[in-house]
Design a protein around this ligand. Sequence first.
Ligand code: ACO
Length: 332
Amino acid sequence: MTTPCIIRGLGHCVPETRLTNADLERMVDTNDEWITSRTGIKERRIAAKGETTVSLSHQAALRALADAGMQAEELTHILVATFTADSYIPSAACMLADRLGIKGRTAMDISAACSGFLFALETARAFVSLHPQAKILVTATDVVSSRVDYSDRSICVLFGDGAGAAIVTGEAPGDHPGRARLLDVLLATDGSAHDLLTVKGGGSGAPYKPGETVRRDFFVEMNGREVYKYAVRAMTGICQTMMAKHGVAKEQVDVFIPHQANLRIIDAVGARLDMPAERIFTNVQKYGNTSAASVIIALSEAVESGFIKDTNLVLLSTFGGGFTYGSCLLRF
Ligand code: ACO
């Protein structure tokens, strides 16, 4: 049996720099009407020089620690979900632990593209089962702009940068309820679709030699139409499985937070699940698709803004390259 888990604190951080649709109109052959009607996105945040996955994770982590009323020294495990770590070696998690001034902990990165937060959350849940006293920092962060070709109009309008963090611990009887109780996480992958959404360049399957300039494969490449169709099917299906597993009717879900990839995907999933629009939280309009950070930033903002209230049942869903997808049920 899984040890009960609590999310004790939440935090997020986005860069100050805004990249608006008007800015993009000056960079590539696109326009606000096309971007808004296809994606709902109006602007995204882009990391400035020196802002990295580790620095954004650090800021989000400090906010989540403050929200939980905890000190960094209390942490036992540090997980960073990302596909844009500052380097291949060391991991972002090792560097984040160093920024937090702590040593000797388990620290590791998790790679599940835009589903990274839920894959890291489930890993935290497993650690809590093994070590009921564990106090785990889960951050999900991507500086997607470091892997976006800003001359490719089909990609550059979609993505932004950001970080989110959650503090996860076990739950003892009579414990302070924290922010939310983690009821369940479901994860799935389909590697047969691996070629539909990729960042290959620099990997061992597409290495670079000294002196070579980067090729197209260094950047995000995607078959948008196929990703769209699969994402809608996968997120709908895994949410239905979660709700059936726990006997949850759609009326009982107070807030639904799907991966903030684009508004059309969100609307399509919401319609298939028959969720009223007013219960669906979105912030894709102002941040674009922040990959692994998308759902945790949205969760943190939904709590901060009062969209999520005490006792609410909250359903999360993610989808990303791999393909990877997941759902999560939380009781606030
Ligand atoms: N501005 C103007 N025109 C554009 C742009 C742009 N930024 N990008 C593409 N176009 C053009 C294309 O070149 C094409 O022109 P053509 O007909 O002359 O060839 C036309 O618009 C239509 O292109 P489509 O790709 O068919 O447009 P579609 O309606 O499918 O919308 C989009 C594209 C928005 C990418 C859509 O497919 C989509 O939402 N896909 C899902 C993508 C996504 O969100 N992925 C991330 C999810 S997973 C994850 O987060 C990792």
